[in-house]
Design a protein. Structure first.
Length: 89
């Protein structure tokens, strides 16, 4: 569908912590939780103003517009303890 999907798991932090992605493509961050009760369930992407509380177990899709080459997008828990980054090239 001319889009890419980045899979992230959230429980006691985020995994993987660093992902490479193609620039200039619509991107979906697919976050999976499984018994997640820690602060990684309070999820935010500050650079795009995105914030949500993830379900304790389930899948949440975050749709991003195409990102320019050289962009690094960072996802964080609400406390800033856990993070992940996606580098667009």
């Amino acid at each position: 569908d001319n889009q890419q999907i980045i899979a992230i798991s959230a429980k006691g932090g985020y995994s993987p912590r660093l992902t490479a992605a193609k620039a200039d493509l619509p991107t979906v961050i697919r976050i999976t939780t499984n018994g997640t009760f820690d602060c990684s369930s309070a999820f935010t992407i500050p650079s795009i103003g995105y914030r949500t509380n993830l379900p304790q177990s389930g899948v949440t899709d975050v749709t991003l517009p195409p990102q320019k080459s050289g962009t690094t997008l960072t996802g964080l828990c609400s406390m800033g303890m856990y993070s992940f980054a996606i580098n667009f090239n």
